[in-house]
Design a protein around this ligand. Structure first.
Ligand code: FEO
Length: 406
């Protein structure tokens, strides 16, 4: 039960905190099982490094946990792999309590420290391959920008092959029931890790793929993987790395994500026609009601999807706001290049498709025809058009060379 400092290997400790208070990470993504902000202490013969801090509201708990291992006044280095405030928010309180600590971050991280916390004199910028010697233990810094911000780097404990990659290879969920991968049911946990990748790091999937390639080519090896969210992987670090690779490659599978909004049920009736035909065509369908869906579930499901369907009603002559929220997320998270089918619903004869199309155009989406518009419950003609739309999308996914039927 890691509500105390936990030894990972000799002289390497977990000193993070578990957050069961925050309902939405980044104010967006639900946290049904909480969230961990993992921080670590590495001790050499002569020096001690603290890797990452925590969110500001957990400062006192964090201080107590660190001091189970070492007095704060004895910390020699504070290493910031990344300055987002879930890993740095406690800085203003911690820096004065570690008066001799040199603060290490990338050059961009150094800028953020000045910007967020007004500290610069004690900060030293480190770059690719720079090292510090703790006395028989070496920390090496490796530049991995965009995992998850431009300031991001990994820290590698050379002698013991322990990697601290901050956000990379993390996941949602607190770790107070268990810290290590061999104590978790990982098959049950993967959806939360995937939801984390599909939301937090979703705009930077190419950087994830490149980072894994670079890491593998570098041949440095990992005995223990210590991300800053979720479990510590001591039994099999490759388990999470290979899953991240699969999800981040985002190869299109035989899965369709449908996001359908409806005020009075008629757009769902249209959605049901599409869903049924896609299933008949052998596709897996993840159907989300825009009114109630958790955005992270939708974004996570879009990883490795072969196509997307938006069912969008009209609301006061505009896009139904709950649908527009998902279109906004779809664009913000750079879900580029998907085949996308759209059907709309309007009773007032206001054509909202151009407004929907504006979101999709930015993403170079391949819009599958025909765009179908209903005017209440689906008529026989609308039903035929929806079936045609579903058939065209299914053909595009199962046989990308197939010509669409008009
Ligand atoms: Fe966990 Fe990008 O912060």
């Amino acid at each position: 039960m890691p509500n105390h400092a936990v030894k990972i290997i000799d002289n390497v400790y977990w000193v993070g905190v578990n957050d069961h208070e925050t309902r939405f990470f980044e104010g967006l993504w639900a946290l049904p099982d909480g969230m961990s902000y993992n921080a670590y202490i590495v001790r050499g013969r002569n020096k001690t490094a603290l890797i990452e801090l925590v969110k500001d509201s957990f400062t006192e708990e964090f201080c107590r946990r660190v001091e189970e291992v070492v007095p704060l006044a004895d910390i020699d280095y504070i290493v910031h792999n990344h300055l987002e405030p879930d890993h740095s928010g406690a800085a203003s309180a911690i820096y004065p309590r570690c008066p001799r600590a040199v603060i290490l971050a990338t050059a961009k991280g150094k800028d953020f420290i000045a910007q967020f916390y007004g500290e610069s004199e004690r900060v030293r910028a480190v770059g690719e391959g720079d090292e510090i010697d703790l006395g028989g233990r070496t920390l090496r810094f490796l530049s991995y920008p965009w995992l998850h911000w431009p300031d991001s780097m990994f820290t590698y404990l050379v002698e013991d092959k322990v990697l601290f990659p901050c956000d990379a290879f993390g996941g949602f969920g607190a770790v107070d029931r268990a810290l290590f991968d061999d104590e978790w049911d990982l098959e049950a946990y993967w959806p939360e890790s995937r939801r984390y990748l599909g939301t937090i790091v979703a705009s930077y999937l190419k950087h994830v793929v490149k980072a894994i390639d670079n890491w593998v080519k570098g041949g440095m090896g990992i005995n223990v993987l210590c991300p800053s969210h979720g479990p510590v992987y001591r039994a099999n670090p490759m388990a999470i790395i290979s899953r991240y690779q699969e999800w981040a490659l985002n190869e299109r599978g035989r899965k369709v994500v449908m996001v359908v909004g409806s005020m009075w049920g008629n757009t769902h009736k249209m959605g049901e026609v599409v869903r049924r035909r896609l299933v008949e065509r052998g596709l897996e369908v993840c159907y989300f009601d825009a009114a109630t869906a958790e955005p992270g579930q939708v974004m996570g499901a879009m990883l490795n999807a072969g196509g997307i369907v938006f069912g969008v009603p009209t609301y006061d002559a505009c896009i139904y706001p709950r649908s527009e929220y998902f279109l906004t997320l779809f664009r913000t998270k750079k879900k580029t290049g998907y085949p996308v089918a759209v059907f709309t619903q309007n009773s007032w004869k206001v054509d909202i498709f151009p407004k929907v199309e504006a979101y999709l155009r930015d993403l170079k989406a391949e819009i599958i025809g025909p765009v179908v518009t209903g005017h209440g419950r689906p008529t026989a003609e609308v039903t035929r058009e929806l079936e045609l739309l579903a058939n065209n999308l299914a053909s595009r996914i199962t046989n990308p060379c197939a010509c669409p039927v008009e």
